[in-house]
Design a protein around this ligand. Sequence first.
Ligand SMILES: Cc1cc2nc3c(=O)[nH]c(=O)nc-3n(C[C@H](O)[C@H](O)[C@H](O)COP(=O)(O)OP(=O)(O)OC[C@H]3O[C@@H](n4cnc5c(N)ncnc54)[C@H](O)[C@@H]3O)c2cc1C
Length: 339
Amino acid sequence: MRFLENESLKPYNTFGLDVKARHFVEIESEKELVHFLLNHEWAKKPLLPLGGGSNILLTKDFEGTVIKLSLNGKRIIKEDNDFVKVAISAGENWHEFVLWAIRQNFGGVENLSLIPGNIGTAPIQNIGAYGVELKDVFVSLSAVEIESGQVHYFTHEACEFGYRDSVFKRANKGKFIITEVTLQLTKQNHQLKMSYGAIQDQLKVDSVSEPTIQDISNAVIAIRQSKLPDPKEIGNSGSFFKNPVISNGQFAELKSKFPDVASYPNGQDHTKVAAGWLIEKAGFKGLKRGAIGVHEKQALVLVNYGGGEGKELKALSSEIQEKVKEIFGISLEAEVNIL
Ligand SMILES: Cc1cc2nc3c(=O)[nH]c(=O)nc-3n(C[C@H](O)[C@H](O)[C@H](O)COP(=O)(O)OP(=O)(O)OC[C@H]3O[C@@H](n4cnc5c(N)ncnc54)[C@H](O)[C@@H]3O)c2cc1C
């Protein structure tokens, strides 16, 4: 365990925002976490669990205790000819895990290549990209209840996964710290997901006719690198807003006014509208305002060019929400956790 006071969080959030944590503790095991929660005076302050800091907008200094989760390790807990179950500690980096899985020829997470952040955070918003979501490979997780220090076990059903959503964003928000996640991957007969046109186009560019999981991962990485800013170069948190899901009736009305609206079917009765398209049409794409702005290639990504402040980004996000509502009658919901 490592204890620090008045620690700058700049290296710990991908927006690169320079705010301070009054108390900062780094935890390396579940046992340490339980011990800290039950015994340490800093555990009585407001708590902020922190993974890779890639889905968080810090608008001010945090007056409580940041718990940096650095629990590492992974183990195979079951396998047969077709499937393998792997339990991974919360502090492992997500993309490093994906690369490890591909090296073992374990399939299922290749479409989720290059998503920043840690394993322990992935279930919270049910991370997803290119037609795959965490829930597709998820088995269970362990989490420590903050109030009691007790370790709880959550099945797939108990997590109540939805689009960028789970029970940890609703009824259990702020109540648990996830310590380990178990995933099931395929060892053969991999179910490749290539319905996204961008993946098919990239495989053509790469001259791949019979793709492997490695080829899909390479394609996803190439697509992401071509259109998303690297947080190491420009501070950002990926998609700032969720893509709004509206009824087919509401969508028909929208399409009659805006025939080129970008959208995807979402079940039988609903349509998912591309939030990036709405923001671009509202005139924000490429906007620069002092040190912050909206990315020039992807309007869904708000950026800190360096030296910007969280409260400026929050104000810009509210302005975008208001304008989109005024023009299209659609409410945008933040995907990023604003603090
Ligand atoms: C360039 C870029 C691209 C991205 N692309 C995608 C994408 O394609 N799809 C996608 O779904 N997401 C994407 N994201 C968002 C982000 O990568 C994911 O949400 C990721 O799961 C966040 O992980 P993290 O460890 O960085 O979370 P953090 O930012 O550290 O934490 C997020 C929230 O979870 C809480 N938390 C953290 N760890 C724990 C824990 N162990 N237990 C309980 N609570 C915890 C924090 O308090 C905070 O509220 C992208 C982000 C960036 C910067």
